[in-house]
Design a binder for this molecule. Structure first.
Ligand SMILES: C[S@@+](CC[C@H](N)C(=O)[O-])C[C@H]1O[C@@H](n2cnc3c(N)ncnc32)[C@H](O)[C@@H]1O
Length: 298
């Protein structure tokens, strides 16, 4: 058994017809395409890191995991979400940590994993946790190896953070930044930031999100978030949410309703090349078939 329930979660298998599916807007397709393109590069880069003795355990962490499947509202098409895509694409990764607040949503993800036969896949460990995403970041310290002889970093990999609004707190970003995980962030700003910035009751959680009082326009607040990822959380390279918006994000109704960004601890330019490849593939509509150039990962 490689599915390891955490934080008191008792998994329950739900038949497919009764299973939760995420009802998503068309922006979800952009997110999924971008993430698919990102996975193609991440798989290659992290595998190489392990082969060169730089990385020990390869880890994928998703604190707002969702049920696994999305239904795109406009087309009624069912597509795999980030959690299932990560399991499918990041085949060299050793440990996956999924967290979700809602029991029926986590049970849906668990059921997808069982249907895929991943409960008897002994090559990787899949942790399932049910609690607030902000708390689950600190669990990483207890699950992940602290040392591994002969490698530079005992843990490397990816954290995908896809909250429904601005509810991943700055304190959790700081905790996450202590791990050598690429931070792929997804922000649905129109549903929260734009609406609540000037709203007395709605404003309080934006203070927790930014780690300070947000001032100015939504774009200025996002620019401040990006600056803090660099200067306070000390990510070496930060692409977006404002400096490098993915093409297509403006084409979905509300201006810049959705922002994707990548923040990495990696000192080399490789992450920047990955992000450029992701942007190219989304703008060319290749549905996640990544467009990378020869030498992108050298
Ligand atoms: C945008 S969805 C994630 C979708 C997923 N990335 C995908 O591609 O399928 C966000 C999920 O976070 C869950 N959620 C909301 N607040 C949460 C919290 N505080 N902690 C953990 N999960 C939460 C929601 O129930 C929802 O399933």
């Amino acid at each position: 058994m490689t599915i390891i329930p955490m934080n008191g979660y008792v998994p329950k298998y739900i038949p497919v017809e009764k299973r939760e599916v995420r009802d998503s807007g068309s922006y979800a397709q952009i997110k999924i395409d971008a993430f698919t393109a990102y996975c193609a590069a991440a798989q290659h880069v992290f595998k190489t890191n392990r082969e060169k003795g730089i990385a020990g355990c390869l880890v994928y962490f998703e604190p707002f995991s969702g049920p696994g499947m999305n239904e795109i509202r406009e087309t009624k098409k069912r597509v795999k979400g980030t959690a299932l895509l990560a399991l499918e694409k990041l085949t060299y990764f050793d440990v996956f940590v999924f967290n979700e607040l809602k029991l029926k949503v986590l049970n849906a993800l668990y059921s997808e994993l069982v249907d895929l036969g991943l409960d008897s896949d002994s090559s990787r460990r899949i942790y399932l946790s049910k609690q607030d995403a902000n708390q689950t970041v600190s669990d990483l310290r207890t699950i992940l190896p602290k040392k591994q002889v002969g490698v530079a970093f005992p843990v490397m990999g990816v954290a995908v953070v896809d909250p429904p609004g601005m509810n991943f707190k700055w304190s959790a970003v700081m905790e996450l930044s202590h791990h050598r995980l690429d931070f792929v962030g997804m922000l649905s700003t129109s549903h929260d930031l734009t609406r609540n910035l000037d709203h007395v009751d709605g404003h309080a959680h934006l203070v927790d999100w930014l780690g300070e009082n947000p001032t100015g326009t939504p774009t200025q607040v996002l620019a401040r978030y990006e600056e803090k990822l660099r200067t306070v959380a000390k990510y070496e390279h930060v692409h977006g949410p404002t400096s490098s918006p993915l093409p297509g994000q403006q084409d979905i109704g509300v201006p810049r309703a959705y922002h994707l960004f990548l923040a990495t601890k990696c000192k080399t330019e490789v992450a920047s090349r990955i992000w450029r490849g992701v942007c190219r593939s989304v703008s060319k509509g290749t549905r996640g078939n990544a467009l990378f150039d020869e030498g992108d990962f050298d």
